[in-house]
Write a protein that binds this ligand. Structure first.
Ligand code: FMN
Length: 241
């Protein structure tokens, strides 16, 4: 019975980008944040922190910087960061030093943060709220670092909006399971499968999915910029990569 309910939450997921102005009651918010705290974390290191952006002016600024109004409109907005700073403090407090670990721990920090955020997202959805992950924080990561006072060895990875939905979008498609899961070894894709992938993923809007993946991951796509900026910002944040 519980499994059915959990599966229902996963199956009904869609990102929500329009929110009512209703706040989230403290009790609900507590359960949502507690769900993140209970998430698995590599070696108990807790390699993440999340900044709850309550200040309306800061919220306005971030929404404008990244051009995403739902960041302002949502009842709640959290910025999830990779956080090696706290770990360094904890080690130093006991007379130890952070090792030469930054690259590997940054990868694991992204994993820790994503798991914690997804726990929060699922709990929020189970309570009837809408959520949207905001990778767009990368479009203004430098400004967000300053605005949120992020110390050395932290880095803003993504945001998460949570609020009462003011829209009811259709469920978006995903790639066929056979392309996402492999058995015993990685299996390459046939032309038929690749063609089917485009068909399935284009079915939501009726527009060629290629336009989207090209815009993000193709030549001249958004991620080319991020690929340049992120290493520079990480260096500025004191990561030893
Ligand atoms: C890491 C990550 C970053 C995302 N960044 C944004 C974003 O900046 N803005 C936005 O509106 N949606 C963002 N999304 C939501 C995706 O666009 C959405 O999950 C995808 O289109 C599939 O739609 P669905 O969530 O409704 O199934 C992000 C999702 C993830 C997982």
């Amino acid at each position: 019975m519980l499994a059915k309910l959990v599966y229902e939450v996963f199956s009904n997921h869609r990102s929500i980008r329009r929110y009512k102005s209703d706040p989230i009651p403290d009790g609900d918010l507590e359960i949502i944040m507690e769900s993140a705290r209970r998430a698995p974390t590599d070696a108990t290191l807790h390699l993440w922190s999340a900044i709850r952006v309550k200040d309306r002016d800061k919220r306005r600024r971030i929404a404008t910087l990244i051009g995403q109004e739902h960041v302002y409109e949502a009842a709640e907005f959290f910025v999830f960061t990779a956080d090696l700073y706290r770990l360094k403090k904890l080690l130093e407090y006991r007379g130890e030093e952070l090792g030469n670990v930054d690259f590997a721990l940054l990868l694991f920090a992204a994993i820790d943060a994503a798991i914690a955020a997804e726990n929060m997202a699922i709990m929020a959805e189970a309570l009837g709220y809408g959520i949207c992950f905001i990778g767009g924080v990368q479009n203004a990561a430098g400004e967000i670092i300053k605005l949120l006072g992020l110390p050395h060895r932290t880095y803003p990875l993504f945001g998460l909006t949570i609020g009462v939905p003011a829209e009811n979008p259709r469920i978006r498609p995903r790639l066929p399971r056979s392309m996402l899961f492999h058995e015993d070894e990685y299996r390459d894709y046939s032309d038929d499968e690749l063609s089917e992938a485009y068909r399935v993923m284009s079915s939501y809007s009726g527009r060629d999915w290629l336009r989207i993946i090209k815009r993000y991951a193709g030549k001249g796509g958004y991620f080319e910029d991020r690929n340049k900026v992120i290493p520079e910002l990480l260096k500025m944040q004191g990561f030893n990569l």
